[in-house]
Design a protein around this ligand. Structure first.
Ligand SMILES: Cc1cc2nc3c(=O)[nH]c(=O)nc-3n(C[C@H](O)[C@H](O)[C@H](O)COP(=O)(O)O)c2cc1C
Length: 361
């Protein structure tokens, strides 16, 4: 695990190793206030103690109007900052850098007439209308850019080391990037990456050069060529690229036949080839240390995200780095039991239960 143990420099901070905990929402642990609770605190403390090299906290709403769920954590007002300070202090106790993912759901959220770059009917896989997106006016675009900037300012005030913009998985920034959704005729349609770039510039001005600001970007938005183009346009503006999937239903994820890792890791590999100096993260389906080490070596990415592995076993990092069994995500069907929309906050994770049972024997 020599490669995994290495530290990585992202701007002015050093990760503890090459394993990042990616953002993973845990709904029902907070309430409509969006404030951090003791349950959130314990969750992040456990993963920091468990050998994560970097933690990126879950998708956190920058405005109440952009929420994905009524109990989503928020950074839309100053009174939420205190809870984030507690989280940052808990994670830093273990010498682990701590970022938060800043999020606006756009047409994928709980608003029925939601913010969207252009008018758009968002349908589920059965073709049923889920929500209607309404084209944002230029004033509304500026307001939302400022919501992101203010949320980043609060994160910095709380002592976090940086932020990640949620720029993929069907949410607002991703909607701006995707040419199947963004049909604007103004500058935000002519240059679809401008929305993300303006947010990054605003954060830079407000938080200073020392504060890390990266983005989770869809490699397939809608196609890999677009993802690569978006990544290139962010060079010199974002401090890292965490590569995942694009807008569900409006993207084409592809990897060559026989490629041993996920499509998202393939996308990260292709982006890293073009941006060798940019820290690039890969994700999806990494279940143990050997696989993580191989993915880093083969894809050439700087960091590998392990999400569900840490949900099964919050000590995942230490266990793989020290050669112990780390448990395994059982890929529950039809969806992960941690899935924010399928549980009421009391998660029963079969992979975690199996891991705990095996440990006792
Ligand atoms: C319960 C759960 C919540 C998630 N929440 C987020 C989120 O807040 N933001 C995000 O970008 N991705 C989110 N994801 C996706 C993960 O960050 C990650 O990309 C995905 O789980 C694949 O990685 P893995 O195979 O290591 O779990 C979530 C995934 C799960 C299972």
């Amino acid at each position: 695990m020599d490669k995994l143990k290495e530290r990585v420099k992202i701007k002015n901070i050093w990760t503890k190793n090459r394993i990042a905990v990616p953002p993973m929402v845990c709904f029902h642990w907070s309430d409509d206030s969006g404030c951090v609770t003791d349950k959130n605190l314990q969750h992040y403390r456990d993963m920091a103690a468990g050998g994560a090299g970097l933690i990126i906290a879950e998708a956190t709403a920058v405005t109440k109007r952009g929420r994905l769920h009524e109990t989503q954590l928020g950074l839309w007002e100053d009174k939420q900052t205190e809870g984030w300070k507690r989280l940052a202090d808990a994670v830093h106790q273990y010498d682990v850098p701590f970022f938060v993912q800043l999020h606006h759901a756009g047409v994928s959220g709980i608003e029925k007439n939601a913010d969207c770059p252009s008018d758009y009917s968002f349908r589920d896989s059965n073709g049923e209308l889920r929500a209607r997106g309404c084209e944002m006016s230029p004033e509304r675009v500026r307001e939302v850019i400022d919501d992101f900037v203010q949320a980043a300012r609060r994160a910095k005030q709380a002592g976090l080391d940086g932020i990640e913009l949620h720029g993929c998985h069907s949410y607002l920034i991703c909607q701006f990037f995707n040419r199947n959704i963004n049909h604007r005729e103004d500058i935000y349609g002519q240059r679809r990456e401008k929305f993300a770039l303006d947010i990054l510039e605003g954060i830079r001005e407000s938080c200073g050069e020392g504060f890390v600001a990266g983005i989770r970007l869809g490699a397939f938005e809608p196609a890999l060529e677009d993802g690569i183009e978006h990544a290139l346009s962010l060079a010199g503006k974002a401090d890292f690229l965490d590569i995942s999937y694009g807008f569900g239903g409006e993207s084409i994820s592809l990897r060559p036949e026989g490629y041993p890792f996920s499509e998202a890791i393939y996308g990260a590999q292709e982006i890293k080839k073009r941006l060798p100096d940019m820290p690039v993260f890969g994700v999806d389906g990494i279940t143990d240390g050997e696989m993580a080490e191989k993915a880093i070596l083969q894809a050439g990415v700087d960091m590998i995200d392990v999400g569900r592995g840490f949900l099964v076993n919050p000590n995942f990092g230490n266990d793989v780095l020290e050669g112990r069994s780390c448990g395994k995500c059982l890929h529950c069907r039809p969806a992960c039991k941690w899935s924010p929309f399928l549980n009421d906050g009391t998660v029963v994770c079969p992979g975690r239960n199996l891991f705990l049972r095996n440990q006792k024997q």
